[in-house]
Design a protein around this ligand. Sequence first.
Ligand SMILES: [Zn+2]
Length: 256
Amino acid sequence: MYSVEAMINISRAFRNTSTTALETELSLESLSIRRKMHRIVLYFKMVKGISPPYLKSLIPTHGTTRDRYLIRERGIPVPWSRIVWYGRSFVVQSTRDWNSLDTKLKDINDISKFKIAMKLNLKISKPNKLYFFGNEPAQTHHSRMRLGISHLNAQLFLYIKAVNPDCPHCAGTPESIVHFFLNCPHYTQQRDLMLQRLDALQNTHDIEISNLPPKEKIKIFLQGGSKYDLTINSAIFTEIQNFIEASQRFRVNSSG
Ligand SMILES: [Zn+2]
């Protein structure tokens, strides 16, 4: 179980970061998926007879060979639900979930194998290794930018944590991610080095960054390229995080 608090601690994100953004960042499944997973595993134990008898007896089954055949063909009979709250109750909901599973899943008898198969079935994803790549403190600032709330004034301003959204070096220009990475004249030297190194990467690998429009460039800077493997994306992230570090933008007392 992950509380928002725990997710913030894991990702070192700001308190105001949206829960969905954090879940995506950490690849944590939503509460409803976790509940479904928990329910179906408990139901599995009941069906397979590895739960205490009082739980097993909750499942509506019949004893004859024909009934067992029907259960296999049509699923376990869903108890007739007269009122909505009963319809939502554990047995009814889980029976429906169970019946909707593929026969291959229902035929599994080993609980650990069943859990793995269910995770795949519910598309519970593995954490994106790339998002844990890099060294502190640049990695934290990089991931905060991706989450939409970093120390960049335009992001802080959205959460009423900055009095104005302007770049500390360019009055009247919001300090957006695009401004910071691509336009702010204060970081020209650091940016030239980053772009040069990204160009070198582009020349040796089958990737495309330099000709992309700013928004797509930033997407790759923050999330990596969806078509690139972990090695290439890590190499891109190294250059981005080197830039973040070299900019000195997030050093204490330089938040503008
Ligand atoms: Zn600027």
